[in-house]
Design a protein around this ligand. Sequence first.
Ligand code: FE2
Length: 583
Amino acid sequence: MKKYYIGLSVTYHDSALAIIDDQGEVLFAEATERYLQNKRALNCEPDQLLRLPELLNQYCPSAETFVIAINWRKKRPLYEAAISALGFLSAPGLLKTGIKKLRSPLENYQLHHMMACQHSSIETAAINLVRIIQEYYPTCAIEFADYDHHLTHAATACYSSPFDEAACAVIDSFGENGAMAFYRYKNRKLECLHETKGLGTGSLGLCYMKITELCGFDWLKGEEWKVMGLAAYGKLNQEFYDALDAIITINGFDCKHPAKHLTENLAKLDRFKRRKDSPAEQAADIAYTGQLFFADTVTKLLRHLHFVSQCDNLALAGGCALNSSYNGQITGRVAFKNVHIPSAPADDGCALGAGWLAYHNDHPANPAPPKLLNPYSGSRIDADAVKRFIKFNRSLNIQHLPDSICDATAELLTQGRLIGWIQGRAEFGPRALGNRSILADPRHAAVQDHINEKIKFREMFRPFAPSVLHEYADEYFENYQESPYMDKTLRIREDMRERIAAVCHVDGTGRLQTVKKEWNPRFYDLIACFHQLTEIPMLLNTSFNVMGKPLIHTLEDALAVFLTTGLDVLVIDDYLISKPRDE
Ligand SMILES: [Fe+2]
């Protein structure tokens, strides 16, 4: 009986769909934002009606049973659950008082938006999928499963890791009950060690959202990245640190705070908020201090987890695991020897977690050895679209270079060209890992301005990342550890910083991607060619998008960016495409 496990991430933001077969192999995983070209895909269902028939036909052609698994428990009334987790009023209290009267550190309209979207997302979860399965696979059985939100985060982290055994921390904004959960992972089983619960639960995710807001950025747009970038320019603001410290005090796995509800405490921080008309740089001390407080607090939690679990391996997930600045510090601050962060640690990754939980539920004695997840599980550029483009193109130069695409591209990179680089299947997770990337020569600091002025149009304080060949990474990074998904920020050795100025942040760090041949042979070969020409075993790698948009999804998306920005060259698999003025 051919059975497929379809995991859906159905929370109101970063929805995603994953397909796993009856061997536990990931056939497909992709966030909805890519297909819709709508950053974070707020309030958009993961099972988009128009694309489902094609997806199922491609990946589940011989299905006899579908298991649909979602990343939120349906049994608990969502409104009540979310409000409880946020530490506001109970649902009846909310109805009586009205949302405008809530004391919230977050803007009321945003809160209302979040609640309403989340409610409808859960209530309507999988409706499209069921309809399409019934229409196209009328004889197929359908089974349903819903899992604790934080358990799906943990499953994503653990099942995607190379570990047989690990301690697992999920540090999030909120789930059905609270904001954090801790697990022991062994023999493909997850045992919950502790879950924060109840009204007024402390939430580091909400706390970081508040810090983002204080810096003048928008957490709803996912601008927490900007806090990390800006932090490098700041210094300690002791008054702000003490104010944060008074709000969240860690004791074991528990958070304590003085007022009953976390949000009452967070509201006290408003005096530190950057004025809207002042430049972002004025919030650098708030960003630095907020990031430091976050790092100190998570360190306390992880030290306790290490003490309880007595395990050397850590699998980390939840929205807070996107904090690459901190991720790189973990092994230096806590006794864990190995740290794994999945390619999609936030809610998009939960689609995989939910699917995997359903799979393991059916296969409790899975003998498959653990392996690091290949993150290239998304869509391909449509081959027919490429053929049509080549046939009808009258304006761009196209060269087909199946044997020399890496040499040719590396040569252009050394000439200072900015290259859009598309290969194979798209990455699952927020980072471009060499299949949907914009690449540049990392040697000269001016390249940063170049990319910002010609393509990205983003703030100057945000750094660009290096993709480095694993064999040479130790020469460039202090206390080097593998960072396969660009998930860790490490210190660049002082004597190397000048050599790779474009990927060295102002504080001497770089958020690196480790590149190994077995993980991505084409990208490895390209960097190796560049290394041969320049003696630098790395490239500047930034996501193939423009500011405010997700990574490109179709050929048309790629051409739109190519033709409307200063991108010099576009590479799609073996095709090298350039603009006529460059002849
Ligand atoms: Fe989450």
